[in-house]
Design a protein around this ligand. Structure first.
Ligand SMILES: [Zn+2]
Ligand SMILES: [Zn+2]
Length: 263
């Protein structure tokens, strides 16, 4: 059964129980708990428009950091100008600090599949605005360690990738595999993050990426250590260029929130 079918079957199975629960407990917005939403798992109008508004925040097209447009030249901001970036360009839905981050946490930790689907659609919209989208031949989801997969073997970036693939018509290929787990990136310094992520990924057996232009899909980007490591592996395996599409970027002012959002 395809991933989409599995999502749909699971959702339909829950439908009858949900309808009864909806009568007893009318659905509320997963972020602000206000009633009057169109269905379970969906955002209220006010939270949806906050997420929409946050999506208009300007950011650096290389490192995804929130940056005013005047601070970007030649596609680089002051923060990433001196850094070696393996990622050729990045798009995001918005910054992690506000309602978008809350929506992502509700998606991941409350297993709110409907919210994940709408975030995937927003990621697709961001991707469709990328000046480099036409070059991209395949999407590659950043694999997560098996113990961090809340959706019965599936994991949040994979759901986002499927929605983005459906909207853009670009296939997802399983080009990367996670070879080990280890501590998460949360709470580590920039240098520790780069060290921590080394050796965690490899090109999947039997997949050839030589000459291909790829776009990584991930849910949250902080320093970019993970996507840059994945890009390094793909480029070493012969990929021509690697871009990235991430749901949210954590800037320093919202990094604290990320620490507290872990279950
Ligand atoms: Zn709300
Ligand atoms: Zn930058």
């Amino acid at each position: 059964m395809s991933g989409d079918m599995a999502d749909w079957a699971a959702y339909t199975l829950q439908g009858g129980v949900r309808a009864l629960l909806d009568m007893l407990y009318p659905p509320t917005c997963p972020l602000c708990r206000s009633p009057g939403v169109d269905g379970p798992g969906l955002l209220c109008e006010s939270c949806a428009s906050s997420v929409e508004e946050e999506g208009h925040t300007a950011y650096c097209p290389t490192c995804a950091r929130t940056t005013p447009p005047f601070a970007v030249s030649d596609g680089r901001c002051g923060h990433c100008r001196e850094q070696k970036a393996r990622i050729a360009g990045v798009v995001r839905i918005g910054p992690y600090g506000g309602e978008l981050g809350a929506a992502l946490r509700a998606f991941k930790y409350q297993r709110n599949w409907r919210l994940g689907a709408s975030l995937g659609d927003r990621l697709a919209t961001a991707l469709q605005q990328a000046p480099w989208l036409e070059e991209v031949e395949a999407l590659v989801v950043v694999p997560q360690w098996i113990l961090r997969r809340p959706f019965a073997g599936d994991y949040p970036p994979a759901l986002l990738g499927r929605r983005a693939s459906r909207a853009t018509g670009i296939p997802v290929i399983p080009a990367l595999r996670r070879v080990k787990g280890g501590p998460s990136q949360i709470g580590l310094t920039n240098h520790q993050r780069v060290e921590n992520v080394r050796g965690k990924f490899a090109v999947a057996r039997g997949v050839r990426v030589d000459g291909a232009t790829l776009c990584l899909i991930d849910d949250v980007m902080t320093t970019g250590a993970t996507v840059n490591e994945c890009a390094r592996i793909l480029l070493n395996a012969g990929a021509r260029a690697v871009y990235a599409a991430v749901a949210a970027h954590v800037s320093h002012d919202s990094a604290r929130g990320l620490v507290f959002c872990q279950p």
